[in-house]
Ligand binder design. Sequence first.
Ligand code: NAP
Length: 272
Amino acid sequence: MALIKKDIKIAVIGAGKIGEAIINSLIEAGYKNIVATCRTERRKKELSYLPIDVFLDNRKAASKSDILIVSVKPNQVVPVLSELKDYVVGGKRLVISVAAIITTSYLEDRFRGIKVIRAMPNINIIARHSATAICRGKNIDIEDIRIARELFEAMGFVIEVDEKYMDAITAYSGSGPAYVLEFFESFLLAGLKIGLPRDIAYDLAIHTIIGSAKLLERGNKHPAEYRDMVITPGGVTIDAVHILERTGFKADIIDAIKEAYEKAKDIASILI
Ligand SMILES: NC(=O)c1ccc[n+]([C@@H]2O[C@H](COP(=O)([O-])OP(=O)(O)OC[C@H]3O[C@@H](n4cnc5c(N)ncnc54)[C@H](OP(=O)(O)O)[C@@H]3O)[C@@H](O)[C@H]2O)c1
């Protein structure tokens, strides 16, 4: 299958944390025609290191693009698309929204004929290791979804899902780096507590976490099976696992992510 031409024109509308990471991934992947927008001079200055034009005018950016990647906060999506109405009604541009909560049907009801793909990446885009879920609106064809896939593949792993899962995915992998990094930090503090030098603790923690993820990626076993390979009866590991079981570590993770999902649904009920 032919790859998208690298001179395709892409406008990143709302170059905040995620938008900036998207821009850097696309530049690294060889896309040559990227422009971006933000709202303030302060942010524009922060982005001045990028080899692209950054505008404070969304219409100017949209006029120079084939694809709009919308990465403003959810409550800004409709105001921004209203400003860009001439470009999005009738499917004149492919719109890829990475905003949480805002559904494709909500946008289709407001912008006649809009071609919209909703995506939920995560901040691991910075390391080109995002886990991104995408879903298609009703005016999207196979070519549009192929383009979205290829763009997000420059940022890591991509999976297409039914939109009914997107709020759960927002709370799961969208917010996921925050949970994993909480664990990482606890692991690191534990290393310091038992007397490891900071740099040694840091490197060993990173490689233990990467290695465990690779084990699951390459192997075909359930995590508990690999965990049991570490636990010697009456040995060292079981004492730690005992504490985690007693203090409800797993239940805490499940409750925490469920709470985030409930919050996503609450916000959705207010916003849309
Ligand atoms: N952060 C994550 O981990 C993550 C993960 C997945 C999805 N998302 C989604 O990505 C979106 C952005 O999140 P974020 O964390 O990157 O937020 P952010 O850092 O606050 O970025 C939002 C950007 O939008 C710009 N902006 C606001 N109003 C605008 C307007 N009217 N026109 C043009 N630009 C405008 C802001 O510019 P100024 O800075 O100049 O005000 C800011 O740079 C959200 O919808 C979120 O749900 C975020």
